[in-house]
Design a protein around this ligand. Sequence first.
Ligand SMILES: Cc1cc2nc3c(=O)[nH]c(=O)nc-3n(C[C@H](O)[C@H](O)[C@H](O)COP(=O)(O)OP(=O)(O)OC[C@H]3O[C@@H](n4cnc5c(N)ncnc54)[C@H](O)[C@@H]3O)c2cc1C
Length: 414
Amino acid sequence: MNKYSIFNLARQAKNYHQNWQAAWRSPEPKKHYDVVIVGGGGHGLATAYYLAKECGITNVAVLEKGWIGGGNTGRNTTIIRSNYLWDESAALYDHAVDLWGGLSQELNYNVMYSPRGVLHVAHSVHDLQEIGRRGNAIHLNGIKSKFMTPEEIVKMVPYMNLDCRFPVMGGLFQQLGGTARHDAVAWGYARAADALGVDIIQNCEVTGFDIKGGTVKGMATSKGKISADKVGVVVAGHCSVLADMAGFRLPIESFPLQALVSEPVKPCVDQVIMSNGVHAYISQSDKGELVIGASSDLYTSYTQRGGFDVIEDTLQAIVELYPALSRMKMLRQWGGIVDVTVDRSPILSKTPVDNLFFNCGWGTGGFKATPGSGHVFAHSIAEGNMHPYAAPFSIDRFNSGALVDEGAASAVAH
Ligand SMILES: Cc1cc2nc3c(=O)[nH]c(=O)nc-3n(C[C@H](O)[C@H](O)[C@H](O)COP(=O)(O)OP(=O)(O)OC[C@H]3O[C@@H](n4cnc5c(N)ncnc54)[C@H](O)[C@@H]3O)c2cc1C
């Protein structure tokens, strides 16, 4: 694999950049793999990378029905934070924040992690109580953050209209929260996994599982049958479809979630600013586009679009909070399919089928967890037992009642 460096850039420039290797190979699938990962989003690719890098399992394939990163990974608004309420979530999401810090160096690929800070604003006494409780909880877990008064907020975000219909009464600011470039995360993991021997197979849809005596033996795909010792399914919005193929049900509902970006402008939004109360959040990409999102649509669907009413409500909230943006033109809108659990926490779990593992239920907020999720899922698959950070997120919690309720921390917020 070509190492990406200033020296190599200069060397390749002499040949008019004609000799760069493809970032990853496009092999035909083998008949058998030690581990097959279904789903070539960030979580699946990260799992394959850590399997090869840290667990010594390199006979691995990632099967992706479309193109890698074409699911939610390439459609999200890239917000990274770890200010969740419960210890179990703080451990998992903060593990990811730790890995984000060195990810570009680890992968030799610039994932553009930008810890610019994430501010949650409160619009009611209830909101203030919620961020107060959550802020204290994350402090106990050693996650740095601070409460902000309206006066402090207006100093940091002078263009925000605090005196709007639902006035801004305070905020919770996580300094190490921020953004990263979503496509680069998929491409970086794919390239690094490929270099360790992982086969990345695009346009290869899994259409059924081969299960004998309660153990998964392989799968039917649009490129033929493939056998595997272990299978990890990481297909986000389609996890119920794949669970159905394996003969069990998941407590998941899949909803469209939309986002939109404006025309590019000079740097003006320095942080990520989220408002659960009026249902809108905003940040600015390095290209200059304002990246805007809201809560999911109200109906379940597998379409990667969404309803116009959500866009209208979101933009009303944005204009109310930031009147200066009222004449910005919106350039693009799109949707993804998010997989939502009742407690708004993910599922990282063994399943009723032996050697078949599921990683899903990240809903509206899994991008931030990509490195941590892939890391703990790889170790869980390799060892056949769930990693301690993953164990609380088993499917069994929906029977036992040991839910990890992050409804307030997720809400509109991603
Ligand atoms: C509009 C929007 C905004 C969001 N904003 C944020 C945010 O700001 N911060 C945040 O943390 N999270 C956010 N999220 C959520 C985040 O994008 C997801 O939780 C995360 O990207 C999930 O990654 P993944 O790798 O599990 O899934 P995906 O990237 O969706 O990958 C799953 C892959 O599985 C493939 N697949 C499906 N079925 C099959 C099959 N039968 N065979 C083979 N392959 C199959 C799909 O094609 C897809 O590529 C947002 C999501 C959306 C839609």
